[in-house]
Design a protein around this ligand. Structure first.
Ligand code: C5P
Length: 224
């Protein structure tokens, strides 16, 4: 059977990653969380105090960043590694979330990440989620989904996720972070978040993860 690329883009905290991961597992496809890559770059920039506006510093830092995904058999999922160090937990904290959209808007950062993502999908058989997968990374993806959901519902979900990891953040701060990220993501000059003309819109406000997964798989089945 031919293998395809499934691109899942959309706003922050709509359930993209959870859905994409489950779709990949069911289809026996690879899965790449591109948000994790931008988060890892942000963590590096923050730790190394890289100026977000100094092009030379940015380019030098990008040369020193190596991002990989290592499969952890114990928990059955990929973990993000930055220069061989497992940063999976650290990149999900509010410390990183508060800065990630600014770093993601830097053109040099995007060019470096997009090039790596395109290499990862060369052999197809891949589900990739992010903000520009259907528009920039794989404009020829066979399946394109654009996810959206009510902001309050997204914030509630995000709050639960963070709480499960022991981070107690009030809802107002999460709403502010989501709105700020959406604004920067949709208005940046380099590949802004926008629905590709051939992407299908999915509002996940009142859907369970299982429903979202079934919906994407049904869409993919029609292309196979
Ligand atoms: O998907 P996640 O919310 O973890 O992504 C974190 C941030 O990374 C987003 O808010 C966005 O600023 C950036 N991002 C991006 N392009 C992608 C994936 C994520 O700009 N393809």
């Amino acid at each position: 059977m031919p293998k395809i690329v499934i691109a899942i883009d959309g706003y922050s905290s709509c359930g993209k990653s959870t859905t994409a991961k489950a779709v990949a597992a069911k289809m026996n496809y690879g899965y790449i969380d591109t948000g994790a890559m931008y988060r890892a770059v942000t963590l590096f920039f923050l730790k190394e105090r890289v100026s977000f506006t100094n092009q030379k510093e940015i380019e030098a830092a990008l040369d020193r960043i190596h991002i990989t995904f290592n499969f952890n058999a114990r928990i059955g999922r990929n973990e993000t590694c930055l220069n061989s160090l497992n940063v999976e937990e650290e990149i999900r904290t509010m410390y990183v979330s508060n800065q990630v959209s600014e770093v993601s808007a830097i053109p040099e950062v995007r060019w470096a990440m997009v090039a790596q993502q395109q290499k990862m999908g060369r052999r197809r058989g891949l589900v990739m989620d992010g903000r520009d997968i259907g528009t920039k990374v794989f404009p020829d993806a066979e399946v394109k989904v654009f996810m959206t959901a009510d902001t309050y519902i997204r914030a509630k979900r995000r709050q639960q996720e963070l709480l499960a990891k022991g981070e107690l953040i009030n809802l107002e701060d999460i709403i502010k972070n989501i709105e700020k990220r959406d604004l920067i993501d949709t208005t940046r000059s380099e590949s802004p978040l926008v629905q590709a003309p051939d992407a299908i819109l999915l509002d996940t406000s009142h859907m369970t993860i299982e429903e979202q997964v079934d919906w994407v798989i049904e869409l993919a089945d029609r292309k196979l």
